[in-house]
Design a protein around this ligand. Structure first.
Ligand code: HEM
Length: 519
């Protein structure tokens, strides 16, 4: 069609329009003279009305590791091939931006690390990564333990009262409490009670999720966006969060000024080990707005993801009692009565594999979003600038060609004495924390957090789906949620009886008590 496009273009604006349409219809690759990317047919109906990444899996089995999906005038490339994923995320990462994701999240994360691109991203990444050093992550273990203990107390009460619990919202509160302390030393204490700020965080999160899944951007419609009650609520929530963050930044600045500061690579203030404290103490030259954007980004990035990992891990554990039994065996042999230490966490190898495998079956988020900034070639197909791309981590993690019994929850697939599975040693077939320069900065933090919480909970309790609990189906926001919660019956584990060590002493006749001998 290239000559036809050329001739049409010469016919003035109407011809140019027709040429543009023809190019689009024929696929960008064909117009460039390369092979055409397979186009999924009849796809819109298949994708609407359920967690969108699920039908993408069937389309992947039909069309292969890269295909095009059209939504009216919009078109997306769906990538499910590890080689192409590696190319986009790592080898040619400079040619890709965060695209729609940055547009959707702008209202809440501004130019924070997740949506930021180019120079801003480079500068902020260089400032933030050092804050999550080894000593910091180790110090966080006790924070994970304390927060998990508060959850255990809640579950203990529910067990005594014979009440079932909705675990998904409890996990969300657990991880909110953890991330608030870890990032800016704020105790949301959401496991204990609801306050305005906790509600504001949830209003904002739900809005971000609604925007990422809504086909019509109502929040952009002039006038409506100013009068809609929903948008008003969102704006009020954002205002409250921003004011709180500004206050926390101001308090932390004062603390740093009063400190006899000796900043070094593994600097950490024992009273306030937060990332915010590290950034201010490092002399990080950053505007308050940028700092706020980064804190907000980490709050969201580290909250819903970990909550989702715990939710699906516990769901899987109820479905696989043998895995649960093995997990409890390990936890019983490693953990004492106190809170877990870093040495304990290192010994919890099977627990770690349970988390690795849960992240394979339920990757959070299930897709990574990119936009091409220049022409490139993906899997042999030429693509142009401005292509919106979804890398389906879900498809990579469920690919039947790559994984034996891909749908089975089998932590044993990762040997205990082998390396921790990651994108490098699995050659981009396993991407729980992404890969390349934009890989998650909180991967160690999150893994330890999930290991500590899981271990502490299964040590004290048995978990079963509650009788009459709603079916556990998936829906998407930024992460995979359940449609109707995860209702469980929690029972205290009965500890095996302690058998006293009775030493048999040979007692001579003269030592034997007689009735008259006072005891
Ligand atoms: C990026 C997953 C916890 C901070 C990412 C990415 C993934 C991911 C897949 C890559 C996104 C992309 O390439 O588009 C997870 C999972 C977590 C988790 C599954 C929990 C189990 C955390 C925590 C923090 C965090 C606890 C902060 C303390 C970030 C940041 C980025 C990121 C700042 C953006 C990095 C950049 O673009 O340079 N995360 N994450 N994450 N994550 Fe996490």
């Amino acid at each position: 069609i290239a000559p036809l496009v050329g001739r049409l273009s010469k016919l003035g604006p109407p011809g140019e329009l027709a040429a543009a349409l023809l190019t689009r219809l024929a696929g960008a690759g064909a117009a460039r003279g390369g092979p055409e990317i397979p186009q999924a047919l009849g796809s819109i109906n298949a994708v609407v009305g359920q967690a969108f990444f699920v039908p993408l899996y069937d389309l992947f089995l039909t069309y292969g590791g890269i295909f095009r999906l059209n939504f009216g005038p919009k078109s997306f490339l769906i990538v499910s091939d590890p080689v192409i994923a590696k190319h986009i995320l790592r080898d040619n990462s400079k040619a890709y931006s965060k695209g729609i994701l940055a547009e959707i999240l702008e209202f809440v994360m501004g130019k924070g690390l997740i949506p930021a691109d180019g120079e801003i991203w480079r500068v902020r990444r260089r400032a933030i990564v050092p804050a999550l050093h080894q000593k910091y992550v180790t110090a966080m273990i006790s924070l994970f333990g304390e927060a998990s203990d508060r959850l255990c107390q809640k579950l203990d009460k529910a067990a005594s009262d014979g009440e079932d619990v909705e675990m998904e919202s409890l996990f969300s509160r657990l991880t909110l409490d953890v991330i608030g302390k870890a990032v800016f030393n704020y105790d949301f204490d959401s496991l204990s009670y609801d306050n305005g700020i906790v509600e504001a965080v949830y209003v904002t999160l739900r809005e971000a999720e609604m925007r990422s899944t809504s086909p019509i951007p109502t929040w952009e419609i002039p006038i409506w966006k100013d009068i809609s009650p929903r948008q008003k609520k969102v704006n009020e929530a954002l205002k409250l969060i921003n004011t709180t963050l500004d206050e926390l930044i101001a308090i932390c600045k004062r603390l740093v000024e009063q400190e006899d500061l000796q900043f070094h690579e593994e600097y950490m203030n024992e009273q306030d080990p937060s990332i915010l404290h590290f950034l201010l103490a490092s002399g990080d030259d950053v505007s308050s707005k940028q700092l706020r954007d980064d804190l907000m980004t980490m709050l969201i990035a580290g909250h819903e993801t970990s909550a989702a990992v715990l939710t699906w891990t516990f769901y899987l554990l109820t479905k696989y009692p043998k895995v649960m039994a093995k997990l409890q065996d390990e936890v019983d042999s490693v953990l004492g009565d106190g809170l877990p230490t870093i040495e304990d966490v290192k010994k919890l190898k099977y627990t770690t594999r349970v988390i690795n495998e849960s992240l394979r079956l339920y990757p959070q988020p299930p897709v990574l979003i990119r936009r091409s900034l220049e022409d490139d070639v993906l899997g042999g197909y030429p693509i142009g600038r401005g292509e919106d791309i979804f890398i389906s981590v879900w498809n990579l993690h469920h690919c039947p060609k790559h994984w034996d019994d891909a749908e089975v929850f089998n932590p044993e697939r990762w040997p205990l004495d082998g390396p921790n599975p990651n994108e490098i040693n699995q050659n981009f077939s396993y991407l729980p924390f992404g890969g390349g320069p934009r890989k998650c900065v909180g991967d160690m933090f999150a893994t330890f957090e999930n290991v500590v919480a899981t271990a502490m909970l299964v040590k004290r309790f048995d978990f079963q789906m509650a009788p009459g609990a709603p079916p556990v189906d998936m829906t998407t926001g930024a992460t995979i949620h359940t449609t109707e919660g995860l209702k469980m019956t929690v029972t205290r584990r009965t500890k095996p009886p302690v058998i006293p060590n009775l030493e048999m002493k040979v007692v001579s006749d003269s030592q034997k008590p007689t009735r008259s001998t006072p005891m």
